[in-house]
Design a protein around this ligand. Sequence first.
Ligand code: 13P
Ligand code: SF4
Length: 344
Amino acid sequence: MMTEELIQKIKKKKKRLGNKLVILTHHYQRKDIVDLGDFCGDSFALSAKAADDKDAQYIVFCGVHFMAESAAILAQPHQIVQIPDTDAGCWMADMADSVLLEKAWAEITSIIKEEEIIPLVYMNSDAHIKAHCGKKNGIICTSSNAPKAFEWAYERGEKIFFFPDEHLGRNTGNTLGIPKDEMIVWDPEKPFGGNSIESINKARVILWKGYCLVHTRFTTNQITDMKKKHPDAKVVVHPECTQEVVALSDAVGSTSFIVNYVKSAAKGSTIIIGTEINLVERLGLEYKDKLIIPIKRSLCPNMFKINLENLLYTLENIGQVNIIDIETRIKKDAKLALDRMLTL
Ligand code: 13P
Ligand code: SF4
């Protein structure tokens, strides 16, 4: 089918379903999908929307699996969450599985009292990891509320176990002025994460060794080269970038933060962006009075798995296919941690 034909069919299906359907799209979705959605946002805004929207019977989530899963955890019992491609995963989320996490937790709590350490889990993780966090009195965060979540955790314990993104954890620790030698990396492949007992005792933040390939592709050399070509440009990056890249940038924040940064920049300004290419290109099309350039083209192939064909297929089989189904026990514990985030 041609693109235009698919778009018209999707619009027809949407019209027929009316208020029974809401299509949520993440900022990294391709333009065609964003244009057909009812609401586009960062991972925090999308989870808040899923928790608030009590009317729609069907939530079709155009994003990656962990985001749709969070929507399903927060949705009402009568709502069905579907994702157009169930294989749209996240490399970073796959870097923390619950077996490795349980092992790490047992090792850490053999040194530190359990009540002293608070698990702080990035939204980019699967439901089992979120459930562990809920059970152990921890909290979820996204890239838009990580500093607040750190403060929440330090009101309740002395140390944070942050996973799975080493970079978001370290960048947040840097923002809050935590000394570098009090942030250690936990390598799940090594006994005690590759750390000495002494350094675990001293640490204020333990960072799981996970990362996003889309964001760690940006380098300081690329920024320096771009700044030579565009000396007046501002650089804004996502906090999944390395601390060196963040240090060379003018601003850092979630995908919604980046959208607002571009929106509020003066006419004629040049903005160099370090995040996924679909968002950067859409911003370039939307703000033609500003020059928007990527540090480097970096695409998330998982986000890109959602397309017009599988969106149409989902709408044609509404309530029937690609349903996000989570075990009740896991859902209950994960919801505890997600609800704590929503109250931040
Ligand atoms: P946001 O929380 O900024 O939407 O980012 C999610 C993500 O997966 C970034 O790689
Ligand atoms: Fe996961 Fe990175 Fe893609 Fe975000 S950009 S969904 S962290 S792989």
